[in-house]
Write a protein that binds this ligand. Sequence first.
Ligand code: MN
Length: 714
Amino acid sequence: MIRINDIIDKASQYNLEDDLDIIDRAYIYSARVHDGQMRLSGEPYLSHPLEVAGILADMQLDAVSIAAGLLHDVIEDTHATEEDLEQIFGRDVVQIVAGVTKLSKLTFNSSQARQAESIRKMLLAMANDIRVILIKLADRLHNMRTLQYHKNESKKKQISKETLDIYAPIAARLGIYWIKNELENISFKYLQYNDYSRIEALVDTKKGEQEEYVEKVKIFLKEKMEKAHLDCKILGRYKNYFSIYQKMQDQNLTFEEVYDIIAFRIVLDTIPHCYEALGLVHALWKPIAKKFKDYIGIPKPNMYQSLHTTVIGPYGERMEIQIRTHEMDRVAKSGIAAHWSYKEGRQADEKISNTFAWLQNLIENQAEVRDPDEFLENVRIDLFPDEVYIFTPQGEIKSLPRGATPVDFAYLIHTEVGNQCTGAKVNGRMVPLKYNLKTSDIVEIITSKNHHPSKDWLNFVKTVKARSRIRQWIKSQEKERSMSLGREMCEKAFRKEGLNFHALLKSDTMMEIAEQFGFKAIDDLIVSVGYGKITALQLVRKFEPRPDEKETSESLLGKIIGRVRKKKAASGVMVKGIDDILVRFGKCCNPVPGDTITGYITRGFGVTVHRSNCVNALKMNPERRIDVQWNEDSSETFPVKLRISSFDRVGLLAAIAMSISKQSANILSLNTKTRDNGTVDSLIVIAVENTGHLERVLSSLKKIKYVQEVIRMD
Ligand code: MN
């Protein structure tokens, strides 16, 4: 078990500025709160944070990271609180530990494996400090190193799968390849034990001769370098079993055919020395052209730098050789984190923007980047997380731009979900629709069938999809409204000129006019009348007969309408010039033929007929008034309300009924009300043919004994 002094020693070797005292204090605190807890291995729990801190020191991270590593499980597993930590160790440490704790609470099930990329992005986005991820990687590495103590086999596999899918790629993306390799190797062992042990055995059988070979090559290279006055350090190492296995699978090779299972690394002082060394290597052994990569000239997006070359070695075998400076070697230990400065916020910002400028420069000047968009996208996500990653209630991960709202999420799911979105729950609690979603939020959308998008949503949605779908809906609504308004306006304008808009609507002439105005469909023409872009009068003019044809306007109208007016309007009312329009009678005044009447165009396309002196009719907009007349030929009957006041006498109702019946009118309803003073009010609705008929009924009623007054009501 690593001791705290070893860690402090390691840290003091590379870390000359930091106050290492915080590491000591974190150790003492961690030892106290974890006291009595055990690992599955039977060791005291403290061994875990110590090992994690040791890995962080191997990564050459700052003192705050190592202290946070020692404390990374205390909030989760002990009685320690964030407040305690903040008081003792300050804001930086507590924020990092809180971040690690937050990540630990996320669990991914197997159905999400296909979403590995999203999960990786989410983890990166959730960590607002890159050190959170680095500690998480160190934590995972130590847990993998001690995975054998887990009793549950399927749990071991699940953890290994997660490590291979999520954590190893994150380590690679951050440029910490040594962690990536080790994570892959251990995962490989648990996931495919047979393949792993086969390769392990094969490597073992060759180990003796390989070691001799490695030594020979190292000595040979060292001599050549010294002759050229290149001071260097040379390392030979085995590639990890997983990458050997992958190579065998991908290129369909046997183990014997995989030659470059050993890789050499030459570490020098300066970049010019690196290129000199490269020239030397290429002069000694023939390089394989496609295998040469200049990551010094063109660093990887994670800023990894090295020269990689594969050559045909002294025995005709392939040898991979990496050449880099000591500085690059140091950076490779901590990956991208080496480029961050934690000391002051400002400095870090500057560094990031410098990095970004450098990357942009790189993209603009290097034609060799295979897919610049993808390249930039990856860089953007890794370095400048401006996306949030959220869960559906089913546990699926979706990514949205930072600042996105539940409405954006709803439209991401489906347009209908968006259109019918009435509310949202985030982590089980109702939130306003303009709530800003945060990474790891679980979002549930509440919909209602009859709900519609609101124009206000445009003020806060962030995604293009939501915006365009809302606009689309509003537009279609406006179009519908304009359509019905346009129709109404046209109907009225046409009627004024004695034209039947309804009949003309589908005519070829109308289509021609639509085309004249530049529309592809008649509907669009009518909509633009509704919008007010074209006036109804402009349309009517197109149909109006020329002056010399005026005498024949009647026949022309007939021609345009395409049919002769029907013999009789069913309703008993003719609307001027038109015979097939919906006519209703005002319930307020019950007009009968013979009454002077006026028509009003209603919103429902039809015409309502009132008596001209009806109070309701007088209140209506004169713009909507239209001339109507009774159809003389009609044989229909119409309801009329009467009030008969009389003295209360036996046989009164019989007399009234008899009188009405004698005039061939029907009683539709009858109500009587007896008053205190001995009089009776009868409210009667009768059906009559016209005013003449009504007059006869009225005078007949007035002749009845005891009847005082007969009034037509309105
Ligand atoms: Mn841990």
